[in-house]
Ligand binder design. Structure first.
Ligand code: MN
Length: 156
């Protein structure tokens, strides 16, 4: 009997899953983010990926970061905005977002409601990196990105 294996069924209620720990988004509190929680839904020892559920409260945002691993995101609750590289889009329930390796990315719940999303990642992955001042200046060459980052800073 494998102790790490999930039970076969977990009931859903109010965007929580039975027996799944409701965790702060990042263990490292120095990383800039606001009002985000994390639930690890699938983390099986013999699978190469993990599925998590993140929820950003109204007015909150995830960390602006990049890393080598990719993310596959399905918006599950509410709406907001997301930045992936030079692209800034409104997102809503059931939209899919693919974040390729090394793309700068951030999610924000801008519309007065929580933004919840499933995120699939490699089980083994590199640590996210934060932008340097030079990289932020480079990102801001895109007017859409500048508008997005300014909105995040105003809500910080
Ligand atoms: Mn990320």
């Amino acid at each position: 009997m494998d102790q790490d294996r999930s039970p076969p069924f977990r009931a859903f209620q109010d965007y929580r899953w039975e027996g799944v720990a409701h965790l702060p988004y990042k263990e490292d509190a120095t990383t800039p983010f606001k009002s985000v929680t994390r639930q690890v839904l699938f983390h099986e020892p013999d699978m190469g990926c993990e599925l998590r559920y993140f929820e950003v409260s109204a007015g909150g945002y995830s960390t602006l970061e990049q890393h080598e691993h990719a993310h596959a995101v399905l918006i599950l609750r509410g709406s907001g905005d997301c930045m992936v590289g030079d692209d800034v889009r409104p997102v809503a329930t059931n939209d899919l977002v693919s974040i390729p390796p090394w793309a700068w990315h951030q999610f924000r719940a801008t519309l007065g409601e929580p933004l919840g999303f499933l995120c699939m990642v490699n089980a083994l992955r590199d640590k996210p990196r934060l932008p340097t001042q030079e990289q932020l200046a480079e990102m801001r060459r895109s007017p859409a990105v500048t508008a997005f980052l300014d909105t995040t800073e105003r809500s910080a």
